[in-house]
Design a protein around this ligand. Structure first.
Ligand code: FES
Ligand SMILES: [Fe+2]
Length: 330
């Protein structure tokens, strides 16, 4: 299960998308259903009823905060425990459970842990600017026809900005480029992952912003703005081998009126469309071993991600919570 992305916390969608009805999401090839219990707390189960395999997300959330299967109305609570099997008062309900995965609601996003365990060994590492008070936030959710590893590297790849984005954000960098310009990529290991920035022609005083990588799939762009906080968070969620969900969250300490959020989202969308147009063309779709592509000095940050990817995620998987069922009667 969760091939190539197991035992990780990842945001999967925006908190505001989950209201009273169950919500289906796919993560690393697994279908999950999210729902809120009677207290509004988020829960996640595999979106497959253990009875006859139908999608629990087609069912409903009961007033006591359980999810009820649409087919024969078995009821499961937030931990997947069976709370009802209609017409079978003698059923051994303790054996008829659904599989749950840990879930959290943090920073306006819903997070899941990619393993069928009752407790995650750690809590998600969430950048402060997603939760700090006093910041306005704008949220955008997109789907790309690309493997998430290519999307993630795109977000960590500063040197493409003046070229691919020459009509948008690249305009702020291009005027400083000379035909013989040189960029050095500084990179520091951090407890959460790494931070990196590009230094153009040795001019360390000119701050064009720096990137932070939060393992396994969050990039935070810190845009310099005197006396203010301005950050863009890009979360690259694996959906399947061919699809990724990209969640872009802006956080700002200025122009905080919610009315202005669509303008900030529009700007982010324009830039994302420029990236999407080229990233979806990547071959092979998943990032290959570094020796299979040609790299240069300015690829330092993306190569650093690729090292983490190959050492930690590539090939990872978890066993299902129970063996694939032979038909049993309980
Ligand atoms: S398939 Fe879910 S209750 Fe029968
Ligand atoms: Fe880009």
């Amino acid at each position: 299960m969760f091939e190539g992305f197991s035992n990780q916390w990842t945001a999967v969608t925006l908190s505001r998308r989950l209201k009273k009805r169950p919500l289906a999401v796919a993560v690393a090839g697994e279908k999950l259903v999210l729902f809120r219990d009677a207290q509004g707390k988020v829960s996640a189960l595999l979106d497959r009823c253990p009875h006859r395999g139908v999608a629990l997300s087609l069912g409903r959330v009961t007033p006591d905060g359980c999810i009820e299967c649409p087919f024969h109305a078995w009821k499961f609570d937030a931990r997947g425990q069976n709370r009802g099997v209609p017409l079978n008062p003698d059923a051994k309900r303790e054996r008829l459970f659904a599989t749950s995965v840990p879930a959290r609601d943090l920073g306006g996003l819903l997070w899941v842990y990619t393993a069928p365990v009752s407790e995650a060994p750690v809590e998600p590492t969430v950048p402060d600017s997603l939760t700090a008070p006093g910041l306005a936030r704008n949220y955008l959710e997109l789907e790309w026809a690309a493997h998430w590893s290519r999307v993630m590297e795109n977000m960590l790849d500063g040197p493409h900005v003046p070229f691919l984005h020459r009509k948008t954000i690249g305009r702020f960098v291009s005027p400083y480029l000379k035909p013989d310009s040189r960029m050095d990529i500084e990179l520091n290991e951090e407890p959460y992952g790494f931070s990196t920035r590009g230094v153009l022609d040795g001019d360390r005083a000119r701050d064009s912003g720096h990137l932070e990588f939060y393992r396994p799939n969050v990039m935070v762009l810190n845009i310099p703005m005197k006396g203010h906080t301005f950050r863009q968070h890009s979360i690259c969620v694996p959906v399947s081998a061919e699809r990724s969900r990209l969640i872009i969250v802006g956080a700002r300490s200025f122009a905080r009126l919610a009315l202005l959020n669509p303008i900030f989202n529009w700007q982010n969308l324009r830039v994302a469309l420029e990236d999407q147009a080229v990233i979806e063309s990547s071959q092979p779709p998943e990032v290959p071993h570094p020796s299979h592509e040609l790299s240069v000095r300015t690829d330092r940050a993306t190569l650093h991600f690729r090292k983490f990817y190959f050492e930690t995620l590539k090939g990872s998987s978890t066993l299902p919570a129970r063996p694939e069922p032979a038909t049993r009667v309980a």
